[in-house]
Design a protein around this ligand. Structure first.
Ligand code: FES
Length: 121
């Protein structure tokens, strides 16, 4: 509830290095994750992250939590954040709302994949 009432890192990010997108197949709600990357000693880290969602309260709380979990992590570490990590960091979600926590983790993976794809060219 705290992450829903005071969501962290909410809003569009200008000049993001990549934008991830994920649509929830269960309810049709959409999620965007914006990331800015910093390179240090040949490794890439999430320097800044924000989200925009058109989802429910559980989706907002999960996205807020995900951004807190991912900030400062290397891209490999961030890729390994699971939906379960997000749900358990929120001290669990009602089973009917578990699908809502998928949006953020999957949108982050999409953002990282798009960033990596872009870097190849
Ligand atoms: Fe759609 Fe929760 S009901 S994200």
């Amino acid at each position: 509830m705290e992450h829903f009432r005071n969501p962290r890192n909410m809003g569009e990010m200008k000049g993001a290095d990549a934008i991830g997108e994920y649509g929830n197949p269960v309810c049709g709600d959409l999620m965007y994750i914006y990331i800015k990357i910093r390179e240090e000693n040949g490794k890439e880290y999430i320097n800044d992250i924000s989200f925009q969602t058109f989802g429910c309260a559980a989706a907002i709380a999960s996205s807020s939590m995900l951004t807190e979990l991912a900030k400062g992590k290397s891209l490999d570490e961030a890729m390994n954040i699971t939906r379960d990590d997000v749900a358990s960091s929120l001290d669990g979600l009602p089973p009917i709302k578990l699908h809502c926590s998928n949006l953020a983790a999957d949108a982050l993976k999409d953002a990282i994949n798009k960033y990596r794809e872009k870097k190849k060219y």
